[in-house]
Write a protein that binds this ligand. Sequence first.
Ligand SMILES: [Ca+2]
Ligand SMILES: [Ca+2]
Ligand SMILES: [Ca+2]
Length: 230
Amino acid sequence: MDTLHKFLATAAMLSITASASAAELLVGWDGGQGFNAPPPSFQNSDLVEATIGAKNVSSFNWSSAASNDGTYGSIGTPAAPNNSLSWQVKDGNSQTFTITNISGADLPLGSIHFDYGWVFQEMTIKLYYDSGDLDAKKNTFLSSVTTSTDYGSGNNDWEDADIPIGTVLTDTILANNESATFRFDFIAAGTAAAGIDNVGITVDIPEPASVCLVTGLVMMGAIARRRKHR
Ligand SMILES: [Ca+2]
Ligand SMILES: [Ca+2]
Ligand SMILES: [Ca+2]
């Protein structure tokens, strides 16, 4: 191999191995739409079906208490609804939400995203893998966040939570027709309310990897052709 071929071969291998993934929203829910089980505000219907569990929180239209930052957690594509609707949550409440993979292929789940605000008091939000077809025990605790002082009360750029599912669960692959249910438990010291809004689930699309793989294969092909034509 001459230097050019060595360079091309190395570049091709680097292109193949330098894989990354991108978070893409599968489904999102806007808080407090008045229904017991509001339809998603966004759903990639080619990939998933999604339902939110029986309402165990208040759907609420607070005059100034909802997230208006336009993002599900920190995911801004597509934009989350900017409105005065959110879910009012109190100590002891829970809320489940479920996605089912209908894509016909494996879906590597990424993260759970949501916005949360102090509003009337501090609130801890604990996220669980509730049940479903992932290879994990029911009620597996994933992570928790606690509202910061005063944040959310009169400040509608609520805090963003992005909790990767794979930090705790070893199986994050939802095979075709498999479902996973996640659950929030809300814990507070008092009886006043806090808020949650813009709940979403992302998939890890290995798009850059496929692009790199294609680039790599094209470069390998170029090397092969150059050899052949010698
Ligand atoms: Ca947000
Ligand atoms: Ca909202
Ligand atoms: Ca925010």
